[in-house]
Design a protein around this ligand. Structure first.
Ligand SMILES: C[S@@+](CC[C@H](N)C(=O)[O-])C[C@H]1O[C@@H](n2cnc3c(N)ncnc32)[C@H](O)[C@@H]1O
Length: 465
C-alpha cells in the first residue's frame, strides 16, 4: 500500500465522524450488494464539507481496494471471527486498519474514532474489543504485515479473480493485480470541436494544473491531480469530458467518415457516443440504443452539455450533410425487431455489458460485487447482442466489439466462437503500439499507458457474392 496524506486536526473531530459515518454506511451497503456509485451519491455527495467528502471517499475506496489484505489482518488479530450480524464491527476494524496502514492521521486519533464509531453503531460491547485489537496492531504492525503470505492477502483480490487472471494472463497476472490496486489516473477528453490539446493544456496551466498528453489518443489529457470537474475550464460548455484514455481508442478504431450511418449499442452514460459525435461531425445518422431508461438520461445530459444534442435535434433530414440525425432509443438490443427501422448501418459499436474486470482500479467495488457465476450469463448476453447487431450491419460494413474486461471468455473466445459460426464475418486485424494481440482482437491490459483495461475487436461483414 502507498502512504497517502489525509490531513485532519483535533478541532475537526466531529466533522470527521460525519465522514466516517457516511463511509461506514457506504461500505455496509456495498457489502450487501449495492454499487459504490449509487451509495456514494446517497451518503457522501450530500456531505457539506468538501474535506469530509474527500475523507469518506478515501476510506471507502481504500477499504474496498485493500479489503482482502485488511481482512487477513483482522483474522490474525482476533482469536475467533466476528459473527455475520456484527458486520458493523468488522467494517470499523477494516476502516481503522486501512487508516493505520495508509494515512498519516495519528494512531491514537484513528483508534479513538474507531471506538466512537462502533459505539455509535449500537455495538457498545465491542468498544473495548476494537480498542484492544487496534492497539495490538500498532504494537505488532511489522510482524503482522510481514506475516501476510497468501496471494489473496498480498494482492488483495478474491481468489476467483486471481485464478481467472492467472489462467488468462500467465505472464502478466502480477502486474495486472498490482495495477488494479492503484488509484486511477484522471483522464480527460478534450472536445476537438472546441480546442486542441495544446490549447486546453494552456488553459489548465493558467490555473496551475499540470497535465500530460498520451501517445494513445490525440484528444486525451491526464491531470496530475484530481479536481472537481465543474471547475475545469469550459466544462459546462462542453470543452472537455472525463473519460479514460483506453476508452478514447474506440472512436478511431470505428474508422468513421462523413455520411455514414452509425449504430451505437449499449450507450449509457454516453462517453463513447459523445466522442463519436465530436470525432466525426458529418455522419448521416447515429442511432444510440440503451436498455436502462435512467442511465439513458445521463446520455442526454452529456450530449446537452457537449452541445451535441441541439444540432441533431434540429436536423430535419433536409440538410443531412451538415447535421447528424441522432436517435436515442431505450430498448433491449436483442429485441431489435421491435425498434429497428430496417436500415442497414455502415458502422456498429457494441460496448458490451461485461464483468468490468479491466476497470477494477477505478471501481474497486467490482471485487466485492462480482461473482464467478456472473461470467457465463454475461458471455451469453454478449453473444446474443453480437448476433443481433450483426443482422443490422450492411455488407462491407464494420463492427467494433468492445469490453472493459480482461477475461478471455468475454473477449477473444467470444469472438472466435462468433467467427466460427458466421461465414460472412472476417476479423480486421488491429495493429497498434499498445496492447497484446489476441487469437482475435487486441487487449489493452490495466495500467498499460496508464489506461484502464479494454478489449477491442474489429469485424467486417463480407459483401454478398
Ligand atoms: C459498458 S456500459 C456502456 C458504456 C457506454 N458505452 C459509454 O461509453 O459510456 C454497458 C451498457 O449496456 C447496457 N445494456 C446491458 N444490456 C443491454 C441490452 N440487452 N440492450 C441494451 N443495452 C444494454 C447497460 O445498461 C450499460 O449501460
Amino acid at each position: 500500500m502507498n502512504k497517502s496524506v489525509v490531513k485532519k486536526t483535533a478541532s475537526k473531530k466531529a466533522a470527521v465522524s460525519a465522514a466516517r459515518l457516511a463511509a461506514i454506511k457506504c461500505l455496509r451497503q456495498v457489502f450487501k450488494g449495492s454499487s459504490l456509485s449509487a451509495v456514494q451519491a446517497q451518503n457522501i455527495d450530500i456531505l457539506e464539507d468538501r474535506r469530509d467528502r474527500g475523507l469518506a471517499n478515501e476510506m471507502v475506496n481504500g477499504v474496498l481496494r485493500w479489503r482482502w489484505q485488511l481482512e487477513a489482518l483482522v483474522s490474525a488479530l482476533l482469536s475467533k471471527p466476528l459473527k455475520a450480524k456484527d458486520i458493523d464491527v468488522q467494517l470499523v476494524l477494516l476502516m481503522a486498519l486501512y487508516e493505520l496502514t495508509e494515512c498519516r492521521t495519528p494512531d491514537y486519533a484513528i483508534i479513538n474514532q474507531a471506538v466512537e464509531l462502533v459505539r455509535k453503531s449500537g455495538k457498545k460491547w465491542a468498544a473495548s474489543l476494537v480498542n484492544a485489537v487496534l492497539r495490538r496492531f500498532t504494537r505488532e504492525r511489522e510482524r503482522l504485515i510481514s506475516g501476510l503470505t497468501s496471494e489473496t492477502a498480498l494482492y488483495s483480490h478474491p481468489d476467483w479473480i486471481i485464478d481467472l487472471i492467472k489462467r488468462d494472463w500467465p505472464d502478466d497476472w502480477r502486474n495486472i493485480l498490482q495495477a488494479n490496486n492503484q488509484r486511477p489516473p484522471f483522464w480527460l477528453r478534450v472536445n476537438r470541436q472546441q480546442y486542441n490539446v495544446a490549447q486546453y493544456q494552456q488553459l489548465l496551466g493558467d490555473m496551475q494544473r499540470e497535465s500530460e498528453v498520451s501517445p494513445l489518443a490525440d484528444q486525451a489529457v491526464k491531470l496530475s491531480q484530481g479536481i472537481d470537474v465543474r471547475t475545469l475550464p469550459g466544462f459546462a460548455g462542453g470543452a472537455v469530458s472525463v473519460q479514460d484514455v483506453g476508452a478514447q481508442l474506440c472512436a478511431a478504431l470505428l474508422n468513421l467518415s462523413a455520411k455514414q450511418k452509425v449504430l451505437d449499442l449499449c450507450v449509457a452514460p454516453g462517453g463513447k457516443t459523445c466522442h463519436i459525435l465530436e470525432h466525426c461531425e458529418h455522419l448521416q445518422s447515429l442511432v444510440a440504443v440503451e436498455l436502462d431508461e435512467k442511465r439513458m438520461l445521463r446520455v442526454t445530459e452529456n450530449l446537452q452539455r457537449l452541445q451535441l444534442l441541439a444540432g441533431a435535434a434540429s436536423a430535419t433530414g433536409d440538410d443531412a450533410e451538415a447535421d447528424t440525425r441522432l436517435a436515442l432509443i431505450v430498448a433491449d438490443v436483442r429485441d431489435y425487431q421491435q425498434w429497428w427501422q430496417g436500415e442497414l448501418f455502415d458502422r456498429i459499436l457494441i460496448d458490451a455489458p461485461c464483468s468490468a474486470s479491466g476497470v477494477i482500479r477505478r471501481h474497486p467495488d467490482i471485487k466485492t460485487l462480482r461473482r464467478s457465476s456472473d461470467i457465463p450469463a454475461l458471455v451469453e448476453l454478449q453473444a446474443e447482442i453480437l448476433l443481433s447487431a450483426w443482422q443490422m450491419l450492411a455488407p462491407g460494413g464494420e463492427l467494433l466489439y468492445v469490453t472493459c474486461s480482461i477475461f478471455k471468455d468475454e473477449n477473444q473466445h467470444q469472438i472466435k466462437r462468433f467467427l466460427a459460426t458466421s461465414s460472412d464475418a472476417r476479423e480486421i486485424e488491429i495493429t497498434a503500439s499498445w496492447g497484446k494481440p489476441c487469437e482475435a482482437g487486441r487487449q489493452l491490459l490495466p495500467g498499460e499507458f496508464d489506461a484502464d483495461g479494454f478489449y477491442f475487436c474489429r469485424l467486417r461483414k463480407l459483401e454478398a457474392v
